[in-house]
Design a binder for this molecule. Structure first.
Ligand SMILES: NC(=O)c1ccc[n+]([C@@H]2O[C@H](COP(=O)([O-])OP(=O)(O)OC[C@H]3O[C@@H](n4cnc5c(N)ncnc54)[C@H](OP(=O)(O)O)[C@@H]3O)[C@@H](O)[C@H]2O)c1
Length: 247
């Protein structure tokens, strides 16, 4: 059992933004559980971060598979006394860009929600008991500028012309979870916020994106390491370097 450092768990930590969030939390002296679907990929990613001097440990979590979430709770609590930080980062975008809602397959919507919505919900529900033992718990749900209903509906917004209805619905839905869990935990040591990394150069974001992975990870990490007088139940985006985002 260890509790000399703060502890964090990041889903989808083996590549992209999740990997960089693990790195930045490691650099801020956290013990980091790096969530991965494929233990080989997670082990390689963790070893690389350990070579950089950080305490990073791979853990199998498939956000769409409840049994892996239950097993992860047992594994984390066998190693540390409490969990301070949960970053629900794992995400998927399955439909073709530009798919109109009327052309979206129900199977695409369900597959997207399994990872982007039901998974984060189950992660929060199952890890709350371990986070209750923390003196300052922080939950960060990774959303997207594309999940902001205000932006989707604003002709002047940079996301107005974008269409990915399963993805966008799932990110709007995770924002609802943020508000509702934050409300439930009002007056406690929990803070629950949504972070949009902005459009970043990852496998999902492609090389065309304006933001680097390092820039995209900054808002999630800022919310994961908030002081006790920091905000809760809010939405921030790296598009405007950690600025508040309209829901
Ligand atoms: N990149 C952007 O421009 C952008 C913008 C806004 C929001 N976001 C959000 O930021 C988060 C990270 O995106 P990214 O750009 O880093 O994406 P990415 O490069 O495609 O990486 C996605 C990560 O999520 C994991 N993953 C996918 N489905 C999973 C599941 N069912 N269970 C567990 N892990 C799963 C992947 O694991 P495998 O390696 O096993 O596939 C991978 O580690 C996502 O929530 C995304 O929606 C990204």
């Amino acid at each position: 059992m260890t509790k000399e450092k703060r502890t964090a768990l990041v889903t989808g930590g083996n590549r992209g933004l999740g990997l960089e969030i693990c790195r930045q939390l490691g650099a801020k002296d956290h013990i980091v559980f790096l969530g991965c679907r494929d233990i080989e990929k997670g082990t390689i990613a963790s070893e690389n971060l350990r070579k950089e001097g950080f305490d990073v440990r791979p853990i199998i979590i498939d956000a769409s598979k409840s049994n892996t979430i239950m097993d992860a709770v047992s594994a984390v609590q066998s190693e540390v006394e409490c969990l301070d930080v949960l970053v629900n980062n794992a995400g998927t975008f399955v439909e073709e860009w530009g798919t109109m809602p009327s052309a979206l397959k129900v199977s695409e919507l369900k597959e997207t929600f399994e990872t982007n919505f039901f998974g984060p919900f189950e992660m929060i529900r199952e890890f709350v008991p371990l986070m209750l033992k923390s003196s300052s718990a922080r939950i960060v749900n990774i959303s997207s500028d594309m999940g902001s209903l205000a932006h989707i509906n604003n002709p002047d917004s940079h996301v107005y012309e974008v269409m990915g209805p399963a993805y966008q619905s799932s990110k709007a839905a995770i924002n609802a979870l943020t508000v509702l869990f934050a409300k439930e935990f009002t007056g406690t040591h929990f803070k629950v916020n949504s972070a949009s990394p902005g459009w970043c150069r990852t496998d999902m974001g492609t090389e065309d994106a304006p933001l680097s992975i390092v820039e995209g990870a900054q808002t999630p990490v800022m919310l994961a390491t908030l002081p006790d007088d920091g905000p809760t139940g809010q939405f921030f985006s790296s598009t405007r370097t950690g600025a508040k985002m309209e829901w």
